[in-house]
Design a binder for this molecule. Structure first.
Ligand SMILES: CC(C)(COP(=O)(O)OP(=O)(O)OC[C@H]1O[C@@H](n2cnc3c(N)ncnc32)[C@H](O)[C@@H]1OP(=O)(O)O)[C@@H](O)C(=O)NCCC(=O)NCCS
Length: 191
C-alpha cells in the first residue's frame, strides 16, 4: 500500500505562512507576476534551472501555470508561488516533485527572484513547504539535490538543517551537461 494515500489536498484552500511570506498554489492571475520575476532573474537562475532561459516568454509562464492543477490532481507535482505578505510581491517559487508514493518520498525545489535574494526567503520557504509535505502529504523523506557548484543553494540546505548525505555522480542534467549533485534529506521531525 502507498504511504501517502489516494486523496490529494484541495489546492484552492492551501496557504502556508510564517507571518512574513506566504506560499500558495499558482493561479492564472499570477502569469504576469511569474513572468516578471523570472525575467529579472534569468542570469542567476539559468545557470541552475534551465527553464529560465534567456528567451523565456510570457507564453511559457502561462503554459506552465495552466498545467499545475492537473499535475497536482495526479500527484505528480505540488507547486507553490511565494509572496511577501506585506507588499504582496511575488518572491519566487517552490515545489515538491518527483513524487514516489510507494516510499513517501519527494524532491523539493526552490528559486527566489534576484532582487529579493540574500534575505532568508529560500530558507523560510523550504521550512514551510517541507513541514506541509510531512504533515499533509505524509511524506517520509524529502530530498534536496543540489548541483555541486551551487554554493548559495548548498547554504540554503545547510541552514534548513537538511542532512548532507553524499555526492551523487551525474545526477543533474543542466542543458545537456551532467553535474554531480550533493544529496540532502529531511525526514519528519527535522523541520
Ligand atoms: C539559491 C537561492 C534559492 C537562494 O535564495 P535566497 O533567498 O537568497 O537564500 P537565503 O537568503 O534563504 O539563504 C541563502 C544563503 O546563501 C547566502 N548567499 C546569498 N547570496 C550569496 C552569494 N552570492 N554567494 C554565496 N552565498 C550567498 C546567503 O547569505 C545565505 O547564507 P547566510 O545566511 O549564511 O549568509 C537563489 O539564489 C536562487 O533562486 N538561485 C537560482 C535558482 C537555484 O539555484 N535554485 C536552487 C536549485 S537547487
Amino acid at each position: 500500500m502507498d504511504i501517502m494515500g489516494d486523496t490529494k489536498p484541495d489546492r484552492k484552500k492551501i496557504e502556508l505562512t510564517d507571518g512574513n511570506i506566504l506560499l500558495r498554489p499558482y493561479r492564472m492571475s499570477d502569469v504576469d507576476k511569474l513572468f516578471h520575476a523570472v525575467r529579472e532573474s534569468v542570469n542567476e537562475m539559468s545557470v541552475w534551472l534551465p527553464f529560465a532561459h534567456e528567451n523565456y516568454s510570457i507564453r511559457e509562464s502561462k503554459d506552465w501555470i495552466k498545467k499545475r492543477p492537473k499535475e497536482w490532481r495526479k500527484g505528480i507535482a505540488y507547486d507553490f508561488a511565494v509572496f511577501d505578505m506585506q507588499s504582496g510581491d511575488m518572491l519566487g517559487g517552490c515545489g515538491l516533485n518527483e513524487i514516489d508514493e510507494r516510499n513517501g518520498k519527494a524532491n523539493l525545489g526552490y528559486w527566489v527572484r534576484t532582487s529579493r535574494t540574500g534575505k532568508g526567503v529560500a530558507v523560510a520557504t523550504t521550512r514551510l513547504l517541507a513541514k506541509w509535505g510531512f504533515e499533509v502529504l505524509k511524506l517520509k523523506r524529502i530530498e534536496i539535490g543540489i548541483a555541486l557548484g551551487n554554493q548559495r543553494s548548498l547554504r540554503v540546505a545547510e541552514k534548513v538543517g537538511a542532512r548532507r548525505e553524499g555526492v551523487l555522480r551525474n545526477r543533474i542534467n543542466i542543458r545537456d551537461v551532467m553535474h554531480d549533485a550533493v544529496m540532502h534529506s529531511l525526514i519528519p521531525g527535522d523541520v
